[in-house]
Design a protein around this ligand. Structure first.
Ligand SMILES: [Zn+2]
Length: 250
């Protein structure tokens, strides 16, 4: 039996247009607080963590990564640290067998260093793209002690758990597909879809627009159009409708 638990790892305050390009002034410049979250997937083959959240350095220094004028403000409490969240679920960092990173931005790979015993699954082209780039700060993920297993394309992580490339936000971005016994197939999109509205409209701000639109269509098809089974990355409205730790999906 696979069990999926979603938990918050902080939040970011950001202009609404960053996720919703269809907005017009003044709405596009309004600030919104978007959740940042990770997920624990417990399987008979071991515990899998999807994304590692924001590094706790941001609790006392919200500007630590990109400075005070980046247009993005981190909001984080001590309890949001991924290791603190896992502890409340009875999971120690060394219990995590596999970490899947959707991609290596600081709000998705910020605590990779806390899991030196895990195997990290990322797309090969994403690893190559992110390496050395200032907007993928290596301090959080490009750490010699960590073991990355580069994959190319769709890849099974455990029985009923697979990564699927969903590029556009960045080359080699990937989403996690989990087949649950009661809920059915769910997709953890990462930044391939920030909000459910991105999927409904087929529109999202992205590095590669054509790839991003194809990824939105792929995600919709993976759940046969049932967006209640899609967990989008920074979705304040949808977050309130989902089950959170300690509640879970089975
Ligand atoms: Zn993100």
């Amino acid at each position: 039996m696979i069990e999926l638990t979603l938990f918050r790892t902080g939040a970011v305050d950001i202009a609404r247009a960053a996720f919703a390009p269809w907005l017009e002034a003044p709405a596009r410049d309004e600030r919104a607080r978007a959740p940042v979250w990770s997920a624990l997937v417990r399987t008979p083959e071991g515990d899998i963590l999807f994304d590692t959240g924001l590094h706790p350095v941001h609790v006392t220094r919200p500007e630590a990564t990109f400075g005070a004028n980046s247009g993005l403000a981190v909001v984080m409490e001590e309890a949001d640290a991924v290791t603190a969240r896992l502890a409340t679920l009875g999971v120690r960092p060394d219990d995590v067998a596999i970490v899947v990173n959707s991609h290596l931005h600081f709000d998705h790979a910020g605590n990779n260093g806390a899991f030196p015993k895990a195997t990290f699954v990322a797309q090969a082209d994403h690893l190559a793209f992110a390496k050395g780039k200032p907007n993928f700060p290596g301090v959080y993920w490009d750490i010699p002690e960590l073991t990355y297993v580069p994959v190319a394309g769709r890849s099974t992580v455990a029985r009923g758990v697979a990564v699927v490339p969903t590029p556009g936000h960045a080359p080699g971005h990937q989403s996690l597909v989990v087949d649950l016994a009661e809920t059915g197939r769910v997709v953890l999109t990462g930044d391939a879809a920030f909000t459910r509205e991105n999927l409904e409209r087929g529109e999202i701000p992205a590095m590669d627009q054509a790839a991003a639109k194809a990824s939105l269509a792929l995600i919709r098809s993976l759940v046969d159009g049932d967006l209640s089974r899609v967990f989008t990355s920074h979705d304040a409205a949808a977050w309130g409708t989902w089950r959170h730790a300690p509640a879970s999906y089975r």
